[in-house]
Design a protein around this ligand. Structure first.
Ligand code: BDR
Ligand code: CA
Length: 313
């Protein structure tokens, strides 16, 4: 099958990032041009290594992985070891990767790829803080018109925040980068907490991965069991939200999701609400609609897709 989607995954693995990468690498409709790592859930030296571990777990060591920004644009780095563990990928015992890290900087790779490929053919899939994407847009503003679209995980409105009462982690960590991205004019599809909080890893859903009995599927079950424990305590649910794979699932099966076009603006001034994504869901302002904001998901269909595709690996 020829790939329908040619993508760059920008990521801070993170167990849910890892599952998103596995979903992409297990899907013949998707060609992963490269994976760019950013500091986020854990520092960059771990996120780039984790990205390589996941490519090897998928049996795709030829995937190109690039290291990007070591810290957010303005604010100091905030990490989330309390959620993801010390390595960022706690749960399964994954070997140290042997595949190389590419020498080129992630931001240069993003710019070079977008300038070299036919305009409108490459989609960016950010799963972490938006630092690399914003730096690329600032470094070479001509890429904005060449990006097919950005499908990202970040923000929240009706659900509030998961890092502060107002802000979701990815946007909170680098609100200035998010501001650059949401003002860029690039078409954006946004997966906020309002949709990802409806994609819960229940025990029955994790059991479906175990049943596949392959190394990638068993590692997925182990990652999810580790990852969900923090949110289960926090939210009192059976299972935790599986955020980042929503981005890749949207490329494969957009009808799993429902949302609407809105204006999204990012708070970068008030310390109290720093990183809040102010979503004009009801269209009460004249601000331009700059993102398709998702709010509903067919969660059973989403997990069925994950099991099928991770089963391909
Ligand atoms: C986001 O923050 C990270 O902890 C997850 O990987 C996800 O990208 C959810 O708020
Ligand atoms: Ca992430």
């Amino acid at each position: 099958m020829t790939a329908r989607h040619r993508i760059i995954i920008d990521t801070d693995p993170g167990q849910d990032d890892a599952v998103a990468i596995l979903l992409a690498l297990g899907s013949p409709e998707i060609e992963v041009l490269g994976i760019t790592a950013v500091a986020g859930n854990v520092p960059l030296r771990l996120t780039e290594k984790n990205a390589r571990k996941v490519c090897e777990l998928a049996g795709k060591p030829e995937t190109r992985v690039y290291a990007g920004a070591i810290r957010p644009m303005v604010r100091p780095l905030v990490t989330a070891e309390q959620v993801h563990g010390k390595t960022g990928l706690d749960g399964p015992d994954l070997p140290e990767p042997v595949m190389p890290l590419q020498k080129q900087h992630a931001v240069d790779f993003i710019v070079e790829t977008l300038m070299a490929e036919e305009a409108g053919t490459v989609t960016l899939c950010p799963l972490g803080p938006l630092t690399n994407i914003a730096l690329a847009l600032v470094r070479e503003p001509r890429i904005a018109a060449r990006i097919q679209r950005i499908v990202l995980m970040g923000g929240g409105f009706f659900e509030g925040g998961n890092t502060t009462p107002a802000a979701e982690f990815n946007i909170y960590v680098d609100p200035h980068a998010a501001d650059v991205v949401f003002r860029s004019g690039v078409p954006i599809v946004m997966m906020p907490l309002d949709v990802t909080h409806k994609a819960l890893t229940s025990s029955a859903r994790i059991a479906a991965f175990r049943k596949l009995d392959t190394r990638p599927a068993l590692a997925t079950a182990e990652m999810l069991e580790f990852f969900e424990r923090f949110d289960e305590t926090k939210y009192g649910t059976d299972g935790g939200p599986l955020h980042d794979p929503c981005v890749i699932a949207y490329l494969l099966q957009p009808d799993l999701f429902r949302g609407r076009d809105c204006n999204v603006s990012v708070e970068i001034a008030s310390e109290l609400t720093m990183g809040m994504t102010v979503i004009d869901w009801w269209g009460v302002t004249k601000r331009p609609k700059n993102a398709m904001v998702m709010r509903d998901i067919d969660a059973d269909g989403f997990f069925a897709l994950l099991v099928e595709r991770i089963g391909n690996l």
